[in-house]
Every structure is written in C-alpha cells, then in structure tokens.
Design a protein around this ligand. Structure first.
Ligand code: GDP
Ligand code: MG
Length: 184
C-alpha cells in the first residue's frame, strides 16, 4: 500500500518555513531568499529510519497579513487543500514574540475548522532560528510546557541555517503520523 502523507508548513512571514523545507530536502540554506508568494508543493520520497516514505510537503505563504484575523482567508486556504492534510508543522521564530502569537491563532483556527474524523491530525510546533539564541524572546520552558502539556503537541527547536534538528523534526513528524516502523 502506498500512502502519501500530506504535510502543511504554516507560520508567519520570515520565520524560516521555506528554509526548513529546503534544508531538509536539498541541504541548502540562503540568507536572502525571496518571500514565498504562492503555495509550493514538494513531493519527496524520504528515506528515514531505513524506510521510504512518500511525502507531500506544502510550504504555504502566510495565510493573511499579520496578525491572522480573517476567517475568510483561512477558509480559502482550507479550500486549497489544508483540510485534507495529515499533519501540520507550525513554525515560529524564537526571536519574534508575534510569530508565536501567530501560530497560537493558526492552531485555534485549525481546531475550529477540523472536519469530523480528523481530530487526530498531529500538529508539531517548531521554534526555528535556534542559532540566534541570544535574541530569544520566548523562554523555551514556557513554550515547551504549554505545547506539550496543554496543547499535547510535539515541540522541536531547530536551526534551518545550521541544519540542527531539522532531520529530527521530520523524523518526529513521521512518528506522529503513526509510522510504527519509525518508532524504534
Ligand atoms: P518563511 O517566510 O517562513 O518561508 O521564511 P524564509 O525561509 O524565507 O526565511 C526568512 C529569513 O530568515 C531568510 O533570510 C532566512 O535566511 C532566515 N532564516 C531562516 N531560518 C533561519 C535560521 O534557522 N537561522 C537564521 N539565523 N536565519 C534563518
Ligand atoms: Mg517561505
């Protein structure tokens, strides 16, 4: 049986969504990349933990201008395929308080717009730009507590720039998708 897991990468502008995806897929990083204006879809076959997994990674532009406040735009995004995803990666920048507020709103809207039967769609929260630790504005334990204990979501900090924990993120993602074979 061939299953393609659809994964949506969401978050505010500039948090490093595209950088994470490109680092994961192509091992490349650029300081100066143009903002993503339209949704980009990647269809990699990923070899992880000795197994091949077909993924459809959707790198979304910000759903609306910041802050997220129009449900209509969210609904439009749903029509473009968000509702059928198997997992969400919500990215914020550890140096930008507003970007965490942004994913709080997105998460809320995901919960509100979930169709029946998709309540188990995993959400992984990602704090990116870990290399800029000195500029961190949100304490790690604060977010980690909220995310793991209250939201019951996975939480990973990574640096797309230095390829730190990017692989771990996707390996955790596959685990949360229930790939039993990835669990050891
Ligand atoms: P997106 O709008 O969320 O897709 O963000 P981009 O991937 O386009 O990245 C926005 C900016 O942040 C770019 O200048 C990247 O080079 C930079 N960036 C992304 N990830 C990191 C990271 O882990 N560390 C640092 N220092 N910069 C990063
Ligand atoms: Mg982008």
């Amino acid at each position: 049986m061939v299953t393609t897991f659809k994964v949506a990468v969401l978050g505010a502008q500039g948090v490093g969504k595209s950088a994470i995806v490109r680092q994961f897929l192509y091992n490349e990083f650029s300081e100066a990349r143009a903002p993503t204006k339209t949704r980009r879809v990647y269809l990699p076959a990923v070899v992880m933990n000795g197994h091949v997994h077909d993924l459809q990674i959707m790198d979304f532009p910000p759903i609306t201008s910041f802050p997220v406040n129009t449900l209509q735009e969210w609904a439009d995004a749903c029509c473009r395929g968000l509702r059928s995803v198997h997992a969400y990666i919500l990215v914020y920048d550890i140096c930008c308080f507003d970007s965490f507020e942004y994913i709080k709103t997105i998460r809320q809207q995901i919960l509100e717009t979930r169709v029946i039967g998709t309540t188990e769609t995993p959400i992984i929260i990602v704090g990116n730009k870990r290399d800029l630790q000195r500029g961190r504005v949100i304490p790690r334990w604060n977010v980690s507590n909220l995310v793991k204990k209250t939201w019951k979501c996975g939480y990973i900090e990574c640096s797309a720039k230095y390829n730190w924990h990017v692989l771990l993120l996707f390996s955790e993602l596959l685990k949360s998708l229930g790939c039993a074979r990835c669990k050891h």
